[in-house]
Write a protein that binds this ligand. Structure first.
Ligand code: FES
Length: 103
């Protein structure tokens, strides 16, 4: 069964911004890109930098450290530095609160 945990209010996250929260002991990055919400592990698959604050363009976030771009829809990387996807999580809004399903 998928269990969703509450993160923060939907109206606290502007478009093309990201914010990290700790859920079940895991740092999860919630992003709003072109109006859509996405959630992924807040850790780059290249050298484990936090992805929070990375530039968001379209449905991609760029790692602040070396600039690898990850597709927010499935965590897949672009370019040569890493071929490992960042895990993504289901995200939804219930009664104005963002909720994430983190295993
Ligand atoms: S640590 Fe993210 S691109 Fe290198």
């Amino acid at each position: 069964m998928t269990v969703f945990e509450s993160a923060f209010a939907d109206d606290e996250l502007a478009d093309n911004k990201s914010r990290a929260v700790t859920i079940n002991g895991q740092s999860v990055l919630i992003c709003r890109a072109a109006g859509e919400l996405y959630a992924l592990e807040n850790r780059c698959s290249h050298q484990e930098a936090e992805l929070e604050g990375g530039r968001i363009r379209g449905c991609f976030i760029s790692c602040p450290l070396h600039g690898v771009r990850f597709d927010l829809r499935d965590g897949s990387p672009m370019g040569q530095l890493t071929r490992v996807a960042v895990p993504t999580f289901e995200v939804r809004v219930v009664d104005g609160m963002i909720e994430v399903a983190v295993p």
